[in-house]
Structures are given as structure tokens and as C-alpha cells.
Design a protein around this ligand. Structure first.
Ligand code: PLP
Length: 406
């Protein structure tokens, strides 16, 4: 079922929603460069000043008496912060731990598992680069084989994801690694259906939900996954280094942090809550991030971002004479769009990745527009994000900048 079904561009409310698409928040609430057009919330998020101030208060408390803080205050404060985040993502607090980022969450799981030679790990070709590398590493260690489902892009609908993924599952599949919202193509995968396919076959599922918290409603205890990792520093406005790993109770005994420390053997949360001396302020500031969201209103944010995204996508597709590469029902707050043929043929003697980097840099240095250019499936794409501080005029600037070669 589409997550934003009442907001599609064919909805009678779309026009009204569009005209109301002024920024929902003053951009000055963020430290973003006022001269820049920032259309890339997706890569690293952007943290409101208020949340950073709350993080600083935690740091000051730590530094006032580090020994007391780490030994006495932190264990309780960390569990309280985990409980708040757990509530937001539909999880039991004792099943959720903080990690520094989704990459760490994925690595903790992959490096906890044991495989035999020829075991297969199912994943898809839209997976995030770092996660695909971690899979390569694990497979090289054990002699296992990563098997990538080839999900088409452009894509007609979620059923194409389901069909392509089902086709690669075999009796040798020992694990599935699935995105919730893909990075290069910004697609919402039909996760419940994909997990269903795995459960029917007894295949454990690790979900890379790096982009999902804040974009999609989450009910982790009901989803049916075995592990789920997500970032709070992207769409939940938390400081960098705030992410979580949820683990189903029956998987906790076999799941360990990548760094083993004092908590080893003392249970799941004890192992992850202390991984050596570090700055825990980003994790503790989750409360301030969730309060910021509550202040603006989660529904307001979701409505604003998704509507602005669809409007911006339409504007860019018209300006660049492109065809929508995905149905609206597969989009959240980001969309990946094809660049016109003249960009595809620009400096053809260079590798695609290098051309993507040069176009990104051109947009930044000439126009002060930050937007990722994605080399994917042999083509160049542009991935736009929509956030509460963005306005439609910024996407118009991007469209103008992309209408001709340098
Ligand atoms: C799907 C996906 N997985 C994992 C990551 C990695 O996130 P992090 O750098 O916070 O570990 C990203 C980052 O954009 C992503 O898009």
C-alpha cells in the first residue's frame, strides 16, 4: 500500500498542497550556508541548531565530571534515550541499541554470523556501496557468495522488485540483506512482501533502513525482520553519529558489536551500550531531535516533504524532458531522475563515476547547488531531496543550471 496515497499528483488535494509548499521551517534554524541551494538532505542529514545545542549540553555535563558521567549517569541516560527512539520506531527498548551509523549496524550483524562455503547471501543491485563492500568482505572470509537481484530502473512498480528478488532465492540462501529505501534510486522497497518471501523459506533478513526513520512509519516489532538498522542523523534531525540497531530477541545472543568490550557476555544491550570510551552526545541528543520533530509535527513534515518532492520532480522532468523512472507510490522524500542525453554524452572519454563527480562539482562551484549526481545502470542521474527548509524555487535553479552544458 502506498505510504503517501492521499498526496499523489493525481489527488484533488495536490494543487492546494503545492501552493502551500512554502518552507515549513525557517532555514535559519539550521547552520546551512545561506548562499547555498541545499538539495541533498539524504546524504548526511542536516541538524537543527537547537538539537546541536542540546548535544553541547550533554558534552558539557560529561566534561564537568567524566568519571561520574561515564560510570553513573551515562548507563541510565543511554537506556532512556534508547527507549525514546524505540518508541518512535515501534520497538521494545530492550531490543534496540545505538550504533554510530547504519554501516556499523550492518557490519555488527554481518560480522556476527557464520557461513559455510557456497552459502548464498541475497541482496539487490540498488544496495548501498559500503554495504555491498561489507558483503564482499564477509563472503571472502567464509567462501560465501553474494547474489544480487537485478531490480530494473526505470521501474514500473513494486511488483518488479518482488519478482526479481524471488527469482534469486535458492535452498542455499542463508541471509537476505534488503534496503528499506534505496540510496542510488530513492525507491521504497515493498519490504513486508520481501520479508514474507524470506520467512516462507526460513531465510533470516537484515534490513538496511538507513533512510527510513522519519520518512516511513516504522513498526519494527511487527515487521518480521531479524535485524533492522537505521540512521537518526538523516531524516530524524539527530547529530551525526546517531543510529540504531534493532535485533529480534531470538537473534540477540548471536549478535555482537564489531568492537568487543567490557559488556561482552552480559547481554545484548550491555554489549552495545559500552564499546569503549567515546562521545555519546549524539545518541543522547535524540530526545532533542524527536522534540524538534514533534514541535513541527511529524505529519506536517511528511506531508510537506513528500508534496514538495513530487512537485520538484514534476518541474525537473518537464524542464529536462525526462520520463518518470518510478511511480510516485515508491517515493518518500527523495527522487532520482534521469539527466538528458546531452549530459549522458558529456566528456564521454571519462569513466561514468568521474563524469558524475565533475558534474556535481560544476553545480557546486558554479551555482552553489549541492545535489548528488549518481552513476547507476550505465547512466547519470540526479537525486533530489525535499526537506522542511527547501522551497520550490531551489529546484527551479537546479533545472536552469542543468539545461545546458558548461
Ligand atoms: C541505503 C543506505 N545504507 C547505508 C548508508 C550508510 O549510512 P552511514 O554512512 O550513516 O553509515 C546509506 C547512506 O547514505 C544509505 O543510503
Amino acid at each position: 500500500m502506498p505510504f503517501f496515497s492521499n498526496l499523489g499528483s493525481d489527488s484533488p488535494h495536490f494543487g492546494a498542497a503545492l501552493s502551500a509548499c512554502a518552507p515549513l521551517c525557517e532555514r535559519s534554524l539550521w547552520g546551512l550556508d545561506p548562499q547555498a541551494v541545499f538539495l541533498n538532505h539524504g546524504s548526511y542529514g542536516a541538524t537543527p541548531k537547537k538539537v546541536l545545542q542540546a548535544q553541547s549540553v550533554w558534552r558539557e555535563r560529561l566534561e564537568a565530571q567524566p568519571v561520574q558521567f561515564m560510570g553513573e549517569e551515562l548507563p541510565r541516560a543511554l537506556r532512556a534515550a534508547a527507549a525514546e527512539l524505540a518508541h518512535f520506531v515501534g520497538a521494545e527498548p530492550e531490543n534496540l541499541v545505538f550504533v554510530e551509523n547504519a554501516t556499523s549496524g550492518v557490519n555488527a550483524v554481518l560480522r556476527s554470523l557464520r557461513f559455510r562455503p557456497e552459502d548464498q547471501i541475497a541482496c539487490t543491485n540498488h544496495g548501498y556501496g559500503a554495504v555491498r563492500q561489507a558483503l564482499q568482505y564477509i563472503c571472502a572470509q567464509w567462501g560465501a557468495i553474494p547474489v544480487e537481484a537485478q531490480i530494473p530502473f526505470p521501474i514500473a512498480g513494486p511488483e518488479q522488485v518482488i519478482a526479481a528478488f524471488e527469482a534469486i532465492l535458492t535452498p542455499q540462501t542463508r541471509l537476505a540483506v534488503l534496503d528499506h529505501l534505496t540510496s542510488p534510486t530513492a525507491l521504497i522497497y515493498p519490504l513486508p512482501e520481501l520479508i514474507g518471501l524470506c520467512r516462507e523459506r526460513g531465510i533470516p533478513v537484515l534490513v538496511d533502513g538507513a533512510h527510513a526513520p522519519g520518512v516511513l512509519p516504522l513498526e519494527l516489532e511487527k515487521l518480521g525482520a531479524d535485524w533492522y538498522t537505521g540512521n537518526a542523523h538523516k531524516w530524524l534531525f539527530a547529530p551525526k553519529g546517531c543510529a540504531f540497531l534493532w535485533v529480534a530477541p531470538y537473534r540477540q545472543a548471536q549478535t555482537h558489536p564489531t568492537v568487543i568490550s567490557h559488556g561482552y557476555g552480559q547481554g545484548f544491550t550491555a554489549e552495545f551500550d559500552w564499546v569503549g570510551t567515546r562521545d555519546p552526545s549524539a545518541w543522547l541528543a535524540i530526545s532533542a531531535a524527536l522534540a524538534f520533530i514533534q514541535g513541527v509535527g511529524l505529519d506536517n513534515i511528511r506531508q510537506h516533504n513528500h508534496t514538495l518532492l513530487l512537485q520538484a520532480r514534476q518541474l525537473l522532468l518537464e524542464a529536462l524532458e525526462g520520463i518518470p523512472p518510478a511511480p510516485e507510490e515508491m517515493l518518500g522524500f527523495m527522487a532520482t531522475l534521469p539527466l538528458p542525453p546531452f549530459w549522458q554524452q558529456w566528456i564521454p572519454e571519462l569513466p561514468l563515476g568521474e563524469r558524475a563527480r565533475r558534474l556535481h562539482d560544476y553545480l557546486w562551484y558554479k551555482y552553489r547547488i549541492e545535489v548528488p549526481i549518481i552513476p547507476f545502470a550505465g547512466q547519470l542521474w540526479v537525486r533530489i531531496s525535499a526537506q522542511v527548509y527547501n522551497r520550490l524555487a531551489e529546484y527551479e535553479q537546479l533545472a536552469l543550471a542543468l539545461q545546458h552544458l558548461p
